[in-house]
Design a protein around this ligand. Structure first.
Ligand SMILES: CC(C)(COP(=O)(O)OP(=O)(O)OC[C@H]1O[C@@H](n2cnc3c(N)ncnc32)[C@H](O)[C@@H]1OP(=O)(O)O)[C@@H](O)C(=O)NCCC(=O)NCCS
Length: 144
């Protein structure tokens, strides 16, 4: 089953993946819950458990940013990411956008199938980025 209803998403399971992902290592559960609440979320569920996730941060009119896309390792290679992406780009609240962005380390081939291209003018983009933020904010009483 695929659902984009906020109440169907399983933040504890999403957190279990994201906290050990290469891009959000150490993210606290509380932040995952807030990010899920503030995003248009897409989940795939197998036997009641969330096995894939993606979220879109958007004004739902002009701009969107795709983030936190994953499929659990044991469910990869079966088209689940294709299913997520097909659903996302067809979502009624994500039509007519002037810009739809994402960042990826190595999954360019996946997103290229859905119309994403490398940034034409990277020199025009700016960012504030704190890659180690969640590692640094780990509570003092947590083991390393
Ligand atoms: C990337 C990921 C989401 C793909 O999930 P998946 O369910 O195995 O993908 P699918 O089976 O639906 O394959 C979708 C298509 O994308 C391609 N693809 C899958 N993973 C890819 C990757 N890492 N790089 C490039 N293309 C990829 C597949 O070849 C397939 O295309 P094809 O059918 O035309 O050959 C999954 O490997 C994953 O969770 N990886 C770890 C987390 C991650 O890197 N997420 C992306 C962060 S931007």
């Amino acid at each position: 089953m695929l659902s984009c209803l906020a109440e169907d998403q399983q933040p504890e399971r999403i957190h279990a993946y994201l906290a050990q992902s290469y891009w959000a290592t150490g993210i606290p559960l509380e932040l995952v819950k807030r990010s899920v609440a503030g995003s248009l979320c897409f989940g795939i569920f197998f036997r009641g458990e969330q096995v894939a996730f993606a979220r879109v941060i958007s004004d739902r009119a002009t701009f969107a940013y795709l983030a936190d896309v994953y499929v659990l390792e044991e469910h990869r290679g079966q088209g689940l990411a294709d299913w997520l992406m097909t659903t996302i780009v067809a979502h009624p609240e994500l039509q007519g956008l002037r810009r739809f962005m994402l960042a990826t380390r190595d999954a360019h081939g996946l997103y290229a199938k859905y119309g994403f291209t490398p940034t034409a003018k990277p020199e025009a983009l700016m960012e504030i980025v704190k890659p180690d933020l969640y590692l640094r904010s780990k509570p003092a009483n947590q083991p390393d």
